[in-house]
Design a binder for this molecule. Structure first.
Ligand code: SF4
Ligand code: MG
Length: 302
């Protein structure tokens, strides 16, 4: 059976403000799943709290709307228990890089095979536009009484340091490009981060569609090669991270989008399979002794 974009939609009313960048991201996810022909019942989408937290309601797959900042541990647990499923985690910049910052780092180190899409708009949109961790210092959006006091966090740079094996940036209003990034991220074996520039017209009047439209350019159109071709070569890894870091800090008149860095290394699933004889078996397939006493499985870890 062939799946069309409509097979990944739901009947739920999409409750975002007119002109919100979230619409473009949702569109791109629908299109990516259709391009990959993943059966809807083989996909699960998880979200944190925020405007982006509503996303699983609008995707016709399995979906869980979790707690603030907690999307990655929930998605990780699900993926480890259901290795054959395609797992997508979504959340906002405040959710993922603020309250969920510790989980953001841990996910890069673990390298579980899942895709994390961050709707990055520089504000906490759902709670009336407070400054988020990605709003630059000194910037005053219309939602702030004073300019932002804190330095911004650079998600690409942090992801490079944390060990993410696929790091990309998309733009919510370039839906085709974002669709292709999501396809590549899902096909990548390991944790893939896509930080998406997502205008919030309601609270952020600085980083608007007009602001980004004249600045974004595509890395792949410049001959940039993000891929580590020999993952055993520490020098190549360092060089590819260094070039990605330089691009991560290019955010003035020109803002790059595309894949910044990609490398293959064993996933956490690979590491567990090497250590646990029963790894990857459904509970129902385990020997009865393991069904009775799961501590035996846990003992294998120690
Ligand atoms: Fe989108 Fe901003 Fe409205 Fe939230 S508050 S739905 S991010 S425009
Ligand atoms: Mg936000």
């Amino acid at each position: 059976m062939a799946y069309a974009v409509k097979d990944y939609k739901t009947e739920v009313w999409v409750d975002w403000c007119p002109g919100c960048g979230d619409f473009g991201i949702l569109n791109a996810i629908h299109q990516a799943l259709a391009a990959l022909q993943r059966p809807p019942h083989r996909v699960a989408v998880f979200s944190g709290i925020g405007c982006s937290g509503k996303t699983p309601h609008y995707i016709g797959t399995y979906g869980v709307h979790t707690l603030h900042g907690r999307v990655l541990p929930v998605a990780t647990g699900f993926k480890l228990a259901n290795p054959e499923m395609t797992v997508i985690a979504v959340g906002g910049d405040g959710d993922g890089y603020g309250i969920g910052a510790g989980y953001f780092l841990a996910a890069g180190r673990r390298n579980v095979d899942l895709t994390y899409i961050v709707f990055n708009n520089g504000v906490y949109g759902l709670t009336k536009g407070q400054a988020s961790p990605t709003l630059p210092k000194g910037v005053q959006t219309k939602s702030l009484p004073e300019p932002n006091l804190l330095e911004a966090l650079n998600p690409i740079a942090v992801a490079l340091g944390a060990g993410y094996t696929f790091i990309a940036r998309g733009y919510a209003y370039d839906v085709r490009h974002l669709r292709d990034l999501i396809v590549a991220a899902i096909q990548h074996r390991g944790t893939a981060l896509i930080d998406v520039l997502q205008p919030c017209p309601t609270y952020n009047n600085i980083h608007t569609r007009e602001y980004y439209n004249v600045r974004v350019y595509k890395l792949e159109e410049t001959g940039y090669d993000p891929v580590v071709h020999n993952p055993a070569d520490e020098k190549e890894i360092a060089e590819k991270k260094a070039q990605a870091l330089l691009k991560a800090y290019e955010n003035g008149d020109r803002i790059p989008i595309g894949i910044f860095y990609q490398v293959e290394r064993p996933t956490l699933e690979d590491e567990l399979a090497a250590r646990l004889p029963h790894w990857g078996k459904a509970l129902a397939d385990l020997e009865p002794i393991y069904q009775r006493d799961l501590t035996l499985l846990l003992d294998e870890l120690s």
